[in-house]
Write a protein that binds this ligand. Structure first.
Ligand SMILES: [Zn+2]
Length: 171
């Protein structure tokens, strides 16, 4: 029996489960549903990082970059914004030093007086979608670093502040 006699239309050649025809208003990622935004992509990337030891080390950088692209939701307090911004400073300017990480954690736990920073208009050239679309751990790591670097650069007007905070934490 061929299809014609069955009277059925052939399915479209390509019909992805989640067509990306919207964009996240915060980071510009192509997403299937603007209402949910890019959060489902972040959840899937995080799951992969948690379950694959080769990319686990990228999780903190991913969280910091993601939060700083979506500050209305993930940097509601001055402290959380400072935590994520100093996280990127630590990653890119302190090479992820364990001693500095420890000092930063202690500093934040001590509830230091922290100014509320105003997020920049532009928040980086990449998005979580760039990481979501990667194959293999090397590509994943490269995409996280490139995207997170673009977020760090986008926050340039607050670099001096972030550096002062990291220095304060180490005193
Ligand atoms: Zn987004």
């Amino acid at each position: 029996m061929d299809r014609d006699t069955m009277g059925m239309d052939e399915p479209p050649e390509s019909r992805p489960d989640t067509p990306a025809n919207d964009t996240c208003p915060h980071c510009g990622a192509a997403v299937p549903d603007a209402a949910k935004g890019c959060r489902p992509l972040f959840v899937e990337v995080s799951f992969r990082q948690m379950s694959d030891r080769d990319v686990f080390s990228m999780h903190r950088l991913t969280v910091d970059a993601y939060a700083l692209q979506h500050p209305d939701e993930y940097c509601k307090s001055a402290k959380s914004l400072a935590a994520h911004l100093t996280g990127l400073c630590w990653a890119f300017e302190y090479d992820g030093s364990p001693e500095v990480a420890k000092a930063l954690k202690k500093w934040l736990d001590g509830n230091p007086g922290i100014d509320r920073l105003v997020p920049p208009e532009s928040r980086g050239t990449g998005s979580i979608a760039d990481v979501h679309g990667t194959q293999g751990s090397a590509e994943h790591i490269g995409a996280v670093r490139k995207w997170a670097r673009s977020v760090w650069e986008a926050w340039a007007e607050h670099h001096d502040k972030a550096r002062r905070w990291v220095e304060e934490a180490q005193r």
